[in-house]
Design a protein around this ligand. Structure first.
Ligand SMILES: [Ca+2]
Ligand SMILES: [Ca+2]
Length: 237
């Protein structure tokens, strides 16, 4: 094999590898929002895409030593229309269900205790989120002044966008966590049983198989919780 041929092969291989890396890293890249790879349910505010005057500040008492805010000297914004001061977070939701947003925030008085936020750019006017006032960082559930506290959101498994807008400048966001309050599991793992046929233990199998003819099986119950299911099934037959 000539050196020139070997060099050509290595060059092509290198180009293929670089192209593949770009393909992989671009899989979750949203050109419209500028977001990179999606984060989890639990994120630091400072990890978001910060636009306008939403910016990172330092505080030892904040998680990670940092929080996000629009500083006091930035004009308050009482609408999200044409509001450039925002923090955008891509959240990977692992399971479809109802979620609430627990946050860690600092709202020191009535003039510094609100944000707007949207989930997947909804609602169009944003939720008006009033924060409880306290001296220092504390937890607060994301809410809306008129729609409820806390708010719950139905989220399908997959990527979602949380956008937090400046409303009263100086309000501080440290971190947040989406908490599942209920989940829909379309394919829950089926419980198993170990039937015995003619006195001999057979292989463990799914309950739906055992219950097909429970009276004919001396079923060894795997869990106390399944006792009522078994008895109900026997009585039904
Ligand atoms: Ca206020
Ligand atoms: Ca933080």
């Amino acid at each position: 094999m000539s050196k020139k041929y070997l060099f050509t092969c290595l060059s092509i291989g290198l180009i293929v590898i670089i192209f593949s890396i770009f393909q992989i890293s671009g899989a979750n890249f949203d050109q419209s929002s500028g977001l990179g790879l999606c984060g989890g349910l639990n994120q630091e505010a400072e990890e978001g895409l910060l636009l306008g005057e939403m910016q990172i500040a330092q505080d030892e008492s904040a998680s990670g030593g940092q929080f996000v805010h629009a500083p006091d000297d930035i004009e308050d914004m009482f609408t999200i229309a044409n509001n450039p001061h925002k923090a955008i977070y891509c959240v990977q939701v692992p399971q479809t269900g109802m979620y609430q947003i627990k946050t860690w925030v600092d709202a020191r008085n009535l003039a510094h205790n609100s944000f707007f936020f949207t989930i997947d750019n909804t609602p169009s006017a944003g939720y008006l989120w009033d924060l409880a006032i306290a001296d220092g960082f504390q937890t607060d559930m994301a809410n809306d002044r008129t729609m409820g506290d806390p708010l719950s959101f139905k989220l399908e498994a997959g990527e979602h966008t949380l956008t937090v807008y400046n409303r009263e400048s100086g309000t501080r966001l440290d971190r947040f966590e989406l908490i599942a309050v209920s989940t829909d599991d379309p394919n829950p793992p089926e419980e198993q049983c170990t039937p015995r046929l003619n006195g001999a233990t057979t292989e463990t199998r799914l309950w739906s198989n055992c219950l097909a003819n429970p009276a004919a099986m001396d079923i060894r119950l795997p869990m106390a919780a399944t006792m009522s299911r078994y008895l109900n099934a026997v009585n039904d037959h």
